[in-house]
Write a protein that binds this ligand. Structure first.
Ligand SMILES: Cc1cc2nc3c(=O)[nH]c(=O)nc-3n(C[C@H](O)[C@H](O)[C@H](O)COP(=O)(O)O)c2cc1C
Length: 234
């Protein structure tokens, strides 16, 4: 009998805690969300938006794409089409061999440690390549907190690459882990540059970002925001 009373009491406490949390955020809370089968940091997904399929067949010679690759820091405020955003994200971090869970970009020991966040006027989203969705983790316009560089507040989209160290425990030394995280980031950044070159979009790789503010906003506890790419129409 005592046992039953204790179980009922425990159930009541769990239920009332969840309800209180729900009232605070207005949304059901789900911790330890998994994206692409990998656990992210404790984060709340409040809304999931399906992206259009990425248009994989951009018919531009590689030579032309490489020739036009450049940094552009002037952005128009208008939104980029969702088809373009979907293709851009696929180029940066999508699966090109989904049956093997392997991506367009390589990663050291295939640890696939990056979480790709997309900041827009609507909110901050986590890119889920498996479902081809943008999962909202912070509502509202937080583009300007990424960096003091003014163009972040103007570009309609900014991609923030966060190395999730929970997926890099195979590297026992910090220096080795950091070396591979930085190297892997370079591939993602270059693919963003190459897609933007092909689609005639403006972008700039930025290391000058406010990591403290980003980590706080996104609840990054064991990881590092490495680079950010504002993207927009030229
Ligand atoms: C790792 C890295 C960090 C960078 N950080 C910034 C930055 O914070 N702000 C900026 O305006 N440009 C930044 N850039 C862009 C470089 O200034 C730019 O690539 C360089 O001037 C060469 O120009 P290009 O990309 O047109 O060849 C960065 C580039 C790299 C690769």
């Amino acid at each position: 009998m005592k046992k039953i009373i204790l179980i009922v009491l425990a159930m009541f406490l769990v239920f009332s805690g969840a309800e209180a949390q729900k009232k605070k955020t207005g949304k059901t809370v789900s911790n330890k969300v998994t994206v692409d089968g990998k656990t992210t940091s404790d984060i709340l997904v409040t809304e999931s938006r399906l992206l259009p399929p990425p248009e994989i067949g951009l018919d531009i010679p590689l030579h032309a794409v490489l020739k036009n690759r450049q940094t552009v820091r002037k952005f128009r405020e208008e939104e980029i089409p969702m088809e373009m955003l979907s293709s851009l994200l696929w180029s940066a971090y999508g699966y090109n061999r989904p049956e093997e869970q392997k991506r367009v970009v390589p990663s050291a020991v295939n640890c696939q440690e990056y979480d790709i966040y997309v900041f827009t006027r609507d909110g901050a989203f986590l890119y889920n390549a498996e479902k081809n969705t943008l999962d909202m983790v912070v509502p509202g316009d937080n583009r300007a907190i990424i960096s003091q560089q003014k163009f972040f507040a103007i570009a309609p989209v900014s991609i923030v690459m966060v190395a999730n160290y929970d997926r890099m425990t195979m590297f026992k030394e910090e220096a080795t882990r950091d070396f591979y995280a930085a190297t892997d980031c370079g591939y993602i950044s270059q693919d963003i540059y190459l897609y933007c070159s092909a689609a005639e979009l403006a972008t700039v790789a930025c290391g000058g970002i406010d990591r403290e503010a980003i980590h706080k906003l996104l609840h990054i506890k064991n990881g590092r925001a490495m680079l950010a790419h504002p993207v927009g129409m030229k």
